[in-house]
Structures are given as structure tokens and as C-alpha cells.
Design a binder for this molecule. Structure first.
Ligand SMILES: [Zn+2]
Length: 209
């Protein structure tokens, strides 16, 4: 039988197993703090490998303006890559937006299977890491200004992916059944699993959270 990418309704016998909402204050703050830690680590690394004697301070305005523009373009492209995967696999209506803590893309009217959810989750992380990381390393030996611009965009990218990385980790560690469904409204995700799964043994309950 051919695999399905999504369902229009939660099939009978499924139960909600997980819910995360970026609009939730606690979740938003946790994600923002996590992102900040990653960002600082990347920026420190960036400056460790920088040689500021080679930095052209007269062009600092140009570097700043380009950095801001590229960052805004990146945020849009990141969401479009999520959307492209969802669209290719489901052909359903997408939703895009921004909250105080994150930009988002979702496919709110359906329930995607684990494989579809995972492909959409990891797509921007993979695509932009493959582009930005080698480019940053190459620019280090070409122009110190563009190296820092590209590196700072990479820092925004990798730290901004924290929500995607978090939900991906959940699927890889906790929800490994291919029948697992996810509803992605954009800022919030719900995970559904078949209820007939063997009940959690007492010893495994410690894994929760
Ligand atoms: Zn994302």
C-alpha cells in the first residue's frame, strides 16, 4: 500500500499526545533563551576566527545595511522552505505569520504524518546550513566584513531553528511510530498517536518532559 502524507481528520483511535505553542509565554521565553545561548556561542566562535585588523571600518554601514536586509530575506525564505515541503507533499492551504518570539509557516487544516512533518521541519535547517556554513568559512579568507555579515546571518539561522530542532528531536526520540500525526497551525503544533500503542511502562515515565 502506498504511504499517505496526511489526513483531513484525526483517525478514530488516536489520542493527543503532545502540544506546543510558541505563543505560550513560558514556551516562547524558553525558546528565546535557548536561541540566545546558541547565538552567543556562534558569535563568539565567529570572532575567535576573525582578524579585525583586516576589517574595513569605513564600510561598516554597508555591511550593517546588507546584514539587516539579508536577515529579513532569510526569515522569509526559511518559512517559504517549510511551506514548499508542505505544499509539495499535501497541496493544502498554508499559513504564514509572525509572533513576538518566532516567524512561522503551517498547514492548519490537515494532520500530516510523521514523515511529512519531519521533512518540513528539517528542510530549512538543512538547506541554509549547507549554504551559509561553507560560504562563511570561504568568506573568512576573502573579506573580513562579508565574513562577519554571513556569519551573523548563520548565527541567526542556527539559533532561530531552535523550535524546529526541538520538535524534530521529539519525533526522533519520543514519537517514532510512522503513524504519528502532527497538526501544524504555524505557531502551535499538536501530536497525535494511535491509542492502541502499548501503555507506557512505569519505568519509562521518568522520560516525560
Ligand atoms: Zn523553521
Amino acid at each position: 500500500m502506498e504511504h499517505k502524507d496526511f489526513e483531513f481528520e484525526v483517525p478514530e483511535g488516536y489520542k493527543e499526545a503532545y502540544h506546543i505553542d510558541a505563543k505560550d509565554k513560558k514556551t516562547g521565553i524558553k525558546m528565546t533563551l535557548g536561541a540566545l545561548v546558541i547565538m552567543i556561542a556562534v558569535i563568539v566562535t565567529l570572532f575567535v576566527f576573525a582578524d579585525l585588523k583586516q576589517f574595513d571600518f569605513e564600510r561598516i554601514m554597508v555591511y550593517d545595511i546588507v546584514w539587516i536586509i539579508v536577515m529579513l530575506v532569510y526569515i522569509v525564505l526559511h518559512e517559504l522552505v517549510h511551506g514548499a515541503v508542505y505544499k509539495a507533499l499535501t497541496h493544502q492551504k498554508l499559513t504564514f505569520g509572525i509572533t513576538w518570539s518566532a516567524a512561522f509557516c503551517g498547514v492548519p487544516d490537515i494532520y500530516t504524518y510523521r514523515r511529512t512533518a519531519l521533512l518540513s521541519l528539517v528542510a530549512p535547517l538543512t538547506v541554509f546550513t549547507i549554504i551559509l556554513l561553507p560560504l562563511t568559512i570561504w568568506l573568512r579568507f576573502v573579506d573580513m566584513g562579508w565574513y562577519l555579515v554571513c556569519g551573523l546571518v548563520f548565527a541567526i539561522h542556527i539559533s532561530g531553528c531552535i523550535g524546529d530542532i526541538y520538535v524534530t528531536t521529539l519525533f526522533l526520540k519520543k514519537f517514532r511510530d510512522p503513524c504519528t500525526l502532527m497538526r501544524d497551525s504555524g505557531p502551535a503544533q499538536w501530536v497525535y498517536v494511535p491509542a492502541e500503542e502499548p501503555p507506557v511502562k512505569p519505568g519509562e515515565a521518568a522520560d516525560e518532559g
